[in-house]
Design a protein around this ligand. Structure first.
Ligand SMILES: [Fe+2]
Length: 356
């Protein structure tokens, strides 16, 4: 999208709706975090929207550091941000009631520190038209809450597909949800997220094989898989990456290049619930960070690398997100997704009962 291809006033209205969802109130402080000249329209829209609600607003602008984390260009690593080593800036952010960040801070120590101070923090980096099309809804949050309740009570998560996936996670970490807005102290979310539910397996408690099938999506590469890629997983580690296609070779080389044993760990596991998000979106639109692709209804989101997002010890910068179609997912042997369709009534869109 070109810089002038959306209406700034429409975007400001949208940001105002978002800040209302986040319950930003008069007298609260809002800081919009940015770097260099990146996303200046986003900064302006949020500052104006915050002002309309009577908040005390400001922009903390860092020197331009890198677009590597923006999802658009460059080597996509996680956890290293332009805030690294800048404690005075972190302290300013911790003093705010709410932060909107346009850098992509997920998996960083700074994000954790800011959340621990009670500041709620929203990531906003996706194209404006996607922010509008996947604007959060309370109905989707209710379905996400239902999924959180179901996953929270489970001890194991197993998923399969017709390509040969059969892997079991012994659940050992808290359940997290993303639904695209933050209304609680210390909460982090990413606009848009659809409804995403995730947790992590025990550090040594994931075993089986994941066969990523044709049409599944490799992020951050932004590619549809053309030949299956097979991850052999033993005691929470990827021990072998098989497959004859060039994408299997690409994954092998990409991970190896980090020269980090923790790059072979497993990250979050969960599923998406947003029926507005489209699996096919990448075919015609490769902008942005790929949140639509992570969020589409019934996908199982398999991922490799760090688990510090749930308090685990793996801090690697190597992170692959792999939304997979047509999977079946079971929590303690109870089916939640069958062949890519969510079969638990409370997680399905209104008016879409499970077929019997
Ligand atoms: Fe991820």
């Amino acid at each position: 999208m070109g810089e002038s291809s959306f209406s700034q006033s429409m975007f400001t209205d949208l940001c105002e709706r978002m800040l209302r969802l986040c319950r930003l109130s008069a007298g609260e402080s809002l800081i919009v975090l940015s770097q260099g000249q990146e996303r200046v329209e986003y900064v302006d829209a949020f500052l104006t929207a915050g002002q309309r609600l009577g908040a005390k607003v400001m922009n903390l602008r860092l020197p331009y550091s890198s677009s590597a984390t923006s999802g658009e260009v460059g080597v996509w690593t996680v956890g290293k941000t332009p805030l690294s080593g800048n404690q005075p800036a972190v302290d300013v952010l911790k003093s705010a009631d709410m932060v909107v960040e346009t850098l992509f801070m997920l998996f960083s120590d700074e994000l954790t520190e800011i959340q621990a101070a009670g500041t709620r923090i929203l990531t906003c980096i996706e194209p404006v038209d996607l922010l509008a099309r996947m604007f959060p809804t309370e109905e989707l949050k209710r379905r996400t809450d239902a999924a959180v309740e179901t996953l929270t009570g489970a001890e194991s998560l197993r998923f399969t597909n017709r390509a040969g996936t059969d892997v079991t996670y012994r659940i050992a970490y808290p359940v997290k949800a993303q639904y695209g807005y933050v209304d609680q102290p210390g909460q982090w979310d990413h606009w848009p997220s659809g409804g995403m539910i995730l947790t992590c397996g025990a550090d040594d408690g994931i075993d089986g094989r994941v066969v990523v099938d044709r049409g599944d999506i490799l992020l951050p590469f932004k590619q549809y898989v053309q030949e299956p890629i097979e991850f052999l997983i033993e005691a929470g580690r990827i021990t072998e990456i098989g497959g004859d296609g060039y994408q299997a070779e690409l994954v092998r080389q990409y991970i190896a290049d980090f020269d980090d044993p923790d790059a072979y760990g497993l990250s979050h596991i969960g599923w998406g619930l947003d029926e507005r998000a489209k699996w096919q979106a990448l075919a015609t639109d490769s902008r942005g960070h790929g949140m639509e692709l992570r969020a589409f209804y019934g996908n199982v989101l398999f991922s490799t690398g760090p688990n510090d997002i749930v308090g685990g010890p793996n801090h690697t910068s190597c992170h692959l997100d792999i939304p997979m179609r047509n999977c079946s997912l079971f929590l303690d042997d109870r089916a939640v997704i069958v062949d890519g369709d969510v079969v638990v009534e409370s997680m399905r869109p209104a008016g879409s009962p499970v077929a019997v």
